[in-house]
Write a new protein. Structure first.
Lengths: 301, 291
């Protein structure tokens, strides 16, 4: 042990030289990162407060339960709430089976070859396509070619198409989270591939699939461009009929109504737009919160 | 799944041609391969196996006796797990594998035309290296095989009987609703054995069933293997030579050397293998000189 220098008598154990510089940088990084988070938060809070000041006075039961009107003080969002809910319900109904089905096929059944890799890559690309493109597609295919008109059905199909790539990707990821040992265990017991998927892979992937779905729905809830493109930018003063033919009614949604109001020259409509934004924000934040709760619940069980 | 199976049935000219191109054909099997008495459970001959282009088994041939414990030993990469997985077609699940040769289970060719891997796996159960209970209740874990195979009988009795056979019943009978994942590692592995037993298989394949367990849990599994061998054919892959000596009736020693991957060096009754090995390499391995 002779090569070890003896410990000097006066040892401070203080940060000096290099250590001091490293520590200084470490301390600074905390504040820089806090600043990065802060920028986003501050902007959001300022916008939120500004919007709330303008919108809250208009936000009452009458606003929620009235149809839109030429007169700002009696205009409401009844038809857009119905429209949003209706369109979203059918968007989910169309998108989820297709998304989960294709994700299962890609992960559990398809031969893992170059074609599949290309397909995967392209699905990821589709998730980045601007929503207006989906609107144009919806206009051409659903509204015109299938002659659905600017209806709830056409809107739901268009939004379903729009959220499909994102939902497929999250479903694929959720399915990949299920450990291979579970599949092996199931197959080794004489379960078929489908039984393995049904009893083990899907239940295991469910939290991830649900989270992805709810987030996709939140995105669809705030979608404007695609729906304007298919012709949902209309004045609606009736509730959609609860029937199959009701699906072919024209509709409006919350973000479209807000957009509509912001285009009006009269300043009174701005308050309505702000109030509509508050409702929409609450709905979207609610959906995101729901996604968190659902994920945690399913994970625990 | 993209599995290519070439039968080496002598009438199959094409397959013979394909085989002749392989250096494997020139390899003469060692004469240290005993043929167990009686009707074998498995009869394996000229088995070659590739992962893609990488060979994993070369000309393996042996008979595995019924209602006995057969241990597959050898250093890592010698192909023992691959061989085990050939017996219930678990290798089918890996893309790009090629299997050549003949694996007969009783009178049936496991890789024969029209053979359904699901039916093979139902009859030939498997226990894995790492305990892999389903994230469900103990009851559902054991009942799963019966459920998917359309069992029509008393499920409660089946679950209880299987857990008893796997020596787990007394430890879990109070709460069959608790998650299988809440059990200790050794209990989880016995749960996996119970799960396999519930299918009423003829054969249980075990892929290093104790390698993730502590010595006490290992001992329990080993006792269980001995006990089950009165009714089941058991093939167990193990890294642990003492374990092979303790539990098995027959031992197969496999090795990968510079020239040949995954060859069977020696196959003999366990006692003989560990007292008078016929091959120098076997002796070196079991005396701990390598591996």
């Amino acid at each position: 042990m002779s090569f070890v220098e003896a410990t000097p008598d006066a040892i401070t154990l203080r940060a000096e030289g290099r250590v001091a510089r490293r520590q200084a940088w470490s301390r600074a990084s905390r504040w820089i990162l806090l600043g990065a988070t802060g920028v986003g938060l501050v902007v959001l809070v300022i916008l939120g407060i500004d919007n709330a000041i303008v919108g809250i006075p208009s936000l009452d039961w009458d606003f929620l339960s009235s149809y839109p009107s030429r007169k700002a003080e009696i205009a409401g969002i009844r038809s857009s709430i119905f429209g949003s809910v209706w369109v979203l319900v059918f968007t989910v109904a169309f998108a989820i089976p297709v998304a989960v089905g294709s994700a299962i096929w890609m992960e559990e059944f398809a031969p893992q070859n170059a074609i599949l890799t290309t397909v995967r890559l392209n699905i990821a690309n589709l998730a980045g396509v601007p929503s207006i493109i989906y609107g144009i597609l919806g206009l051409a295919v659903f509204v015109r070619l299938m002659e659905l008109g600017p209806s709830i059905l056409a809107g739901a199909l268009t939004l379903a198409l729009m959220i499909l790539p994102m939902t497929v990707i999250t479903s694929v990821e959720a399915i990949n989270q299920v450990p291979p040992s579970i599949r092996e265990g199931s197959l080794a017991l004489g379960a078929t591939r489908w039984q393995t998927v049904w009893y083990h892979v899907l239940p295991g992937a469910m939290p991830g699939i649900m989270t992805g779905t709810i987030l996709a729905v939140a995105r669809a809830a705030g979608e404007t461009a695609a729906l304007i493109m298919i012709g949902a930018f209309t004045f609606i003063a009736f509730d959609p009929a609860l029937s199959f033919s009701g699906l072919l009614d024209s509709f409006t949604t919350l973000p479209i109504q807000v957009y509509n109001w912001t285009l009006r020259p009269q300043t009174e409509f701005r308050a309505n737009a702000a109030a509509g934004i508050i409702v929409l924000m609450i709905a979207v934040i609610g959906l995101n919160a729901l996604a968190l709760v659902v994920r945690d619940r399913l994970r625990q069980s | 799944m993209s599995i290519r199976v070439r039968s080496t049935n002598p009438t199959d000219d094409e397959a013979r041609e394909a085989l002749q191109g392989r250096p494997a054909e020139e390899h003469v099997p060692s004469h240290n391969i005993t043929k167990p008495e009686g009707e074998p459970a498995f009869s394996i001959s000229d088995l070659n196996f590739w992962y893609g282009t990488k060979q994993a088994l070369t000309n393996v041939g042996l008979d595995i006796p019924r209602k006995k414990v057969t241990a597959l030993i050898g250093p890592s990469g010698c192909g023992k797990s691959t061989l085990l997985r050939c017996l219930n077609r678990m290798n089918d699940l890996i893309p790009g594998v090629t299997i050549e040769g003949n694996v007969r289970y009783r009178s049936a060719d496991i890789y024969g035309p029209g053979v359904d891997p699901v039916e093979v796996r139902r009859r030939i159960g498997m226990v894995f290296q790492k305990p892999n209970p389903f994230p469900k209740s103990i009851y559902e874990n054991v009942a799963f095989g019966a459920r998917v195979n359309g069992f029509r009988g008393n499920l409660d009795d089946l679950v209880e009987g299987s857990l008893q056979r796997a020596a787990l019943w007394d430890e879990v009978k109070g709460d069959l609703k608790q998650s299988g994942l809440a059990l200790s590692g050794g209990q989880q592995q016995r749960l996996c054995i119970a799960r396999a037993l519930a299918n009423n298989p003829d054969v249980i394949l075990m892929d290093e069933p104790c390698s993730a367990l502590d010595p006490i849990a290992t001992l329990k599994i080993e006792d269980l293997i001995r006990e089950l061998s009165t009714d089941y054919t058991i093939v167990v892959v193990t890294h642990n030579m003492q374990q092979a000596a303790r539990v098995s009736d027959y031992t197969a020693f496999m090795l990968t050397d510079e020239e040949i991957t995954g060859q069977l060096i020696e196959y003999a009754p366990t006692e003989m293998m560990f007292t008078q090995p016929g091959d120098q390499r076997t002796e070196d391995y079991i005396s701990g000189r390598f591996g």
